[in-house]
Design a protein around this ligand. Structure first.
Ligand code: NAD
Length: 700
């Protein structure tokens, strides 16, 4: 080892120089690694004893691609940039062999394609996933891969972004050898043989793309890719870049690729996807909890309640081999819950996603019980019983008596005060909220609710456990509705005002769906059921009749329209179908409601629908942030993207606001607040939003 930069290691093995990439965890191609590769190459070229150069990474990764830590910083483009490094390898007068183990993804695969020869472990994952960040491979990937594996195969890899095991490329010019045993030994042997046999140095740039019938194929690709990638420009640009590999000489193709890459880099869609990528990684970190916090062992789980949520939550654990003791009040409820779990697995089996043996294995991990004594040795209990403080009180008092010290006691409550629940035990430090979303076996989102006294190790364990059961967890402080449902309440209020002002449920839903939401708010209501919200409002009305302001939804519930489950809600549904049908009866209910309340209907524009609904979310998001309920704006985006069908190409409500410009959001809120019929207090911009807008800043 000499004066090499720290991210590579240089060794001589006989007459072969070995340059080892050493930037854990995945050899991200940051500045120091890039300059280390060039320095290693130069050293090898300057040494007359060296006859060949092997470039190798770790067992885990040859290279995972760009260094995410450098994303968006000037360092990402500082010379030697990746294009320069690849050119240096390609121009080397001594053979360069890339030895690929683990993965070669994105820039990692582009780097390998700059070598004269490539050898790989059979299970190494090769791919160009840039499209998943709304980009395309920008260091020659779209020009070199078609030259190595042909137009069609390259296009599929680049447009899908999916990795492929190296074994599948055996026999193509992409791989010169598959190495079954020790990768370095195999690569060294290959290098020595290449020198001995005087193999000509293969520069990929000199190859021609094999593409009979390219024009017809590319036209077909444009049509299919265009139809499949609505809202996302990157896949079509990938097709254009790959097309350039056929129609243009190599260097001009590289230039075309670069231009398309820069265009994509500037799109809001790519910004949104890169934001989500970073946001998902940030969400698991809790600022005041050290990364090395000692976690509690969770080997066995207790679940209380085998209703809608209990069933789904149980499946999350048995799916990953963690046994669950499932408790109910009555045998019938227990049987029903178990039958639902089995039915869900049978549905997966019918789709070929699960085998009978896996089903049996998972079912065997559930121990049904009517007795709390089954919880004596569990490490974690999650309750999903009725949403009533009295019921939760009984449950937590019992848990406090039966559970072993150190067991984590979790509640799936949607809206009750977790701190109050914690007080029912003598161990509030062990109490945490684990707020799953329905259906809990499907939805990726988990709000981990941090009570005033929740222990740091309990929170850290909950976050780690979420990862284990394949959830994306976001920490929320205690407040009414936590992050997600608290914002939904504002969303509902905004859409109500629109309804009162003259819009119809279908107009509002259509505008929201055109914006990109998976489902408009009224369709969502019909799916979730309108009875639950109504029951809550009825309680509030009984407690304080003067303060209660009726809404249209009350009239629907009073008419027995509870949504899909009763065949009618905001829409009408045909038996066994889920397609919403506009119902004149609802229009009548709304008109009568307006007459009764003295509201005059006017024309509402689709833009107004989006502005009001989305900015109401953003404004509440700002309050949530200011109060410290959410740790960071991107956590709010994650909640909305994963729990409420917010479109990925918008990056979440908070990023959307950043994209529009916070000053513009503030201006719109003030304008809405002054409009007739608007709740002026509701529309006041949150102090944090005002402050950021004044300072010209963004949430993210
Ligand atoms: P549910 O009515 O479908 O199921 C509740 C189950 O708990 C029933 O099977 C009931 O028999 C059982 N139960 C009630 N008291 C019990 C007790 N003392 N001991 C043992 N079992 C008892 O309700 P759900 O929709 O599954 O909701 C459960 C909890 O999850 C609530 O706190 C709710 O707010 C929360 N939650 C619900 C959703 C949702 O979309 N349904 C989403 C997130 C959170």
């Amino acid at each position: 080892m000499s004066n090499q930069p720290t991210s590579t290691q240089y060794d001589l093995r006989g007459s072969v120089a070995v340059v080892t990439l050493a930037n854990p965890p995945v050899n991200g191609l940051g500045y120091s690694l890039r300059s280390g590769i060039v320095a290693g190459l130069d050293k090898a070229l300057a040494d007359d004893k060296v006859t060949a150069i092997v470039l190798i990474g770790s067992d885990r990764a040859f290279s995972g691609g760009a260094d995410v830590k450098e994303f968006g910083t000037p360092k990402a483009g500082t010379d030697p940039n990746l294009g320069v490094v690849i050119r240096a390898l390609e121009d080397s007068r001594k053979p360069v062999i890339a030895a690929i183990g683990g993965m070669a993804l994105g820039g990692g695969l582009e780097l390998a394609m700059g070598a004269h020869f490539r050898v790989a472990k059979p299970d190494a994952q090769l791919g160009l996933p840039e499209v998943k960040l709304g980009l395309l491979p920008g260091a020659g990937g779209t020009q070199r891969l078609p030259r190595l594996i042909g137009l069609e195969a390259a296009l599929n890899i680049i447009v899908s972004g999916a990795p492929t095991p190296a074994k599948k490329f055996e026999g193509t010019p992409l791989l010169d050898a598959i190495i079954e045993g020790d990768l370095l030994a195999g690569a060294l042997a290959f290098a020595e043989k290449a020198v001995a046999d005087k193999l000509p140095l293969k520069r990929v740039r000199d190859l021609k793309v094999k593409a009979p019938g390219a024009d017809a194929f590319l036209q077909f690709a444009r049509n299919t890719v265009g139809a499949m990638s609505k809202n996302f420009p990157a896949p079509l640009k990938c097709v254009e870049a790959v097309a350039a590999s056929v129609s243009l000489p190599f260097d001009q193709g590289l230039k075309a690729e670069r231009e398309l890459f820069m265009q994509l880099m500037a799109t809001p869609e790519s910004r949104a996807l890169r934001h989500i990528f970073n946001a998902e990684r940030a969400a698991s970190k809790v600022s005041d909890i050290p990364e090395d916090t000692q976690l509690r062992d969770v080997k066995k789980v207790g679940m209380i309640g085998a209703g809608t949520m209990g069933v789904g939550i149980t499946m999350n654990f048995i799916n990953v081999g963690i046994p669950v003791a499932l408790l109910e009040m009555k045998q019938e409820a227990l049987d029903k819950g178990l039958a639902t779990i089995r039915k869900n697995y049978e549905n997966s089996m019918a789709k070929g996603k699960l085998t009978q043996a896996q089903l049996d294995e998972r079912m065997a991990l559930v121990t049904p019980t009517l007795e709390y004594s089954a919880f004596k040795d569990v490490d974690l209990v999650i309750e999903a019983v009725f949403e009533s403080m009295e019921v939760k009180e009984k449950v937590f008092k019992t848990l406090d008596e039966v559970c072993k010290p150190g067991a984590i006691l979790a509640s799936n409550t949607s809206a009750l005060n977790l701190d109050q629940i914690a007080q029912f035990t003598k161990r509030p430090q062990d109490v945490v909220g684990l707020h799953f979303f329905s259906p809990a076996n499907v939805m990726r989102l988990l709000e981990v609710v941090r009570g005033a006294k929740t222990g740091k190790d309990v929170l850290a364990t909950s976050m780690a456990l979420a990862k284990k059961i394949k959830k994306i967890a976001v920490v929320s402080g205690v407040c009414d509705g936590f992050i997600g449902n608290r914002i939904v309440a504002r969303y509902g209020q905004a859409s109500n005002e629109l309804l009162n002002a003259g819009a119809s449920p279908s107009q509002i839903d259509n505008a929201l769906q055109k914006f990109g939401l998976a489902m408009g708010i009224y369709r969502m209501g019909d799916l979730a059921g309108l009875d639950i919200g109504y029951a809550g409002r009825k309680r509030r009305k009984e407690a304080n009749p003067e303060a209660y302001i009726p809404i249209v939804a009350d009239r629907l519930a009073e008419a027995g329209r509870f949504g899909q489950k009763t065949g009618a809600g905001w829409y009408r549904y045909e038996a066994g179908k889920r397609d919403p049908i506009v119902d004149p009866a609802v229009e009548k209910i709304i008109e009568d409601f307006r007459t009764e309340r003295g509201l005059a209907a006017r024309k509402v524009s689709d833009e107004e629908v989006i502005e009001r609904c989305i900015y109401a979310m953003v404004n509440e998001g700002a309050r949530i942030l200011e109060e410290g309920i959410a740790q960071r704006a991107s956590d709010i985006d994650i909640v909305y993207l994963n729990g409420y069908g917010f479109p990925a190409h918008r990056g979440g409500p908070m990023l959307y606001a950043d994209t529009v410009g916070l000053a513009n959001v503030v201006r719109a809120l003030k304008r809405i607040a002054a409009e007739p019929g608007a709740d002026a207090k509701f529309w006041q911009p949150a102090p944090l939003l005002l402050k950021l807008a004044e300072e010209g800043k963004t949430f993210n």
